[in-house]
Ligand binder design. Structure first.
Ligand SMILES: NC(=O)c1ccc[n+]([C@@H]2O[C@H](COP(=O)([O-])OP(=O)(O)OC[C@H]3O[C@@H](n4cnc5c(N)ncnc54)[C@H](OP(=O)(O)O)[C@@H]3O)[C@@H](O)[C@H]2O)c1
Length: 246
C-alpha cells in the first residue's frame, strides 16, 4: 500500500509569496501547520507571518538568484514542501494572443522567463541541499492550458507554450530527484480559475461558480499536497488531485 509522502511538513518554502495565490497559500499554511518553519521568497518585502517565518527578497527570473537563494537556504532547515507560485499571463503591453499574428518574440521570452526560469532557478538553488533520506514534495503552480493533449481551443500562445515547458521541467525534475531522494514527489498543479490579478481581465466569461476565491484554491492545493503519494511523482494534477494529461 502506498503512503503519503509528507502530510505534515516541518519546513515549507514558498516562492511568489506576494501574488494572489501565494498570499492565500501563506495564510492557509500558517493556519494548518502553525509549528512548521515557513520560508518565503518574493520580489518584494513581506511582513512577518508567524514566529517561524523567514522572508527573502529575490527575483527568481534572474540567474543570479540561484546563488542568493541557495546561500539563504543553507541557513534554514531543509524544506520538505516547496511550492512555486510564480507565473505570468498578461502585463502592461501584453494580452494573451488570439492568433499567430499577435505573437511576438518579446512576449514569448518574457513568458518563459517568469513561467519557467523562476521554477528552474528555485530548483537549482535547492538541488545541492537535498538529502537522500529527507522526504520532499515539490509543487509548481502550472495551468491546465499548458497541457498539450487538453488543448482544444488554441490561442494564448505564449502562456500555453511556456506552461508546457514548465510541465516538462517538472516531469524531468521528478525523474532526476526520485533517483536522489528516497521519498520524493514532484508535481505540477492546476489551481483552478482563481480570483487574482492574473485572471482579472478574463473573468467575464467564466461560468457561475467556476471562479474560486484565493482562500478556497489555497485550501484545495494544500489538501492535495498533504495527500500526495509517491506514485503521484511526475504528474500534472487538478486542484482536486485528479491527473490531467500532459
Ligand atoms: N489565477 C488563476 O486563475 C490561475 C489559473 C491557472 C494557473 N494559475 C497559476 O497560478 C500561479 C499563481 O498565479 P496568481 O493567480 O496568484 O497570479 P498573480 O496574483 O498575478 O501572482 C503572480 C505570481 O508570479 C510572481 N511573478 C510575477 N511576475 C514575476 C516576475 N517578473 N518575476 C518573478 N516572479 C514573478 C509573483 O511573485 P512576487 O510578486 O511575490 O514576486 C506572484 O507570485 C501562476 O503560476 C499562474 O500561472 C493561476
Amino acid at each position: 500500500m502506498q503512503q503519503t509522502v509528507i502530510n505534515s511538513p516541518e519546513c515549507i518554502l514558498l516562492a511568489g509569496a506576494r501574488g494572489g495565490l501565494g498570499t492565500a497559500l501563506c495564510g492557509e499554511l500558517v493556519k494548518r501547520f502553525p509549528d512548521a518553519v515557513l520560508l518565503t521568497i518574493s520580489r518584494s518585502g513581506l511582513d512577518r507571518l508567524s514566529v517561524t517565518h523567514q522572508h527573502l527578497c529575490a527575483s527568481l527570473e534572474d540567474e543570479g538568484a540561484v546563488k542568493t537563494v541557495r546561500d539563504w537556504l543553507r541557513e534554514q532547515p531543509i524544506p520538505n514542501w516547496v511550492i512555486d507560485c510564480c507565473g505570468i499571463l498578461h502585463w502592461r503591453d501584453h494580452s494573451p494572443e488570439k492568433n499567430l499574428q499577435q505573437c511576438s518574440d518579446e512576449a514569448l521570452l518574457q513568458s518563459i522567463s517568469v513561467n519557467v526560469l523562476t521554477h528552474l532557478h528555485l530548483a537549482q538553488a535547492l538541488a545541492p541541499l537535498l538529502l537522500k533520506r529527507s522526504p520532499l514534495v515539490w509543487a509548481s503552480l502550472s495551468a491546465k492550458v499548458g497541457s498539450i493533449e487538453d488543448n482544444q481551443l488554441g490561442g494564448w500562445y505564449s502562456y500555453r507554450m511556456s506552461k508546457a515547458a514548465l510541465n516538462m521541467l517538472v516531469r524531468n525534475l521528478s525523474i532526476e530527484w526520485s533517483r536522489r531522494v528516497e521519498n520524493c514527489c514532484v508535481v505540477a498543479i492546476h489551481p483552478g480559475t482563481t480570483d487574482t490579478p492574473l485572471s482579472k481581465p478574463f473573468q467575464s466569461n467564466i461560468p457561475d461558480g467556476k471562479l474560486y476565491s484565493p482562500a478556497l484554491s489555497a485550501q484545495r492545493i494544500v489538501s492535495v499536497l498533504a495527500q500526495l503519494q509517491s506514485g503521484d511523482n511526475g504528474k500534472l494534477l487538478f486542484w482536486d488531485g485528479s491527473p490531467i494529461p500532459w
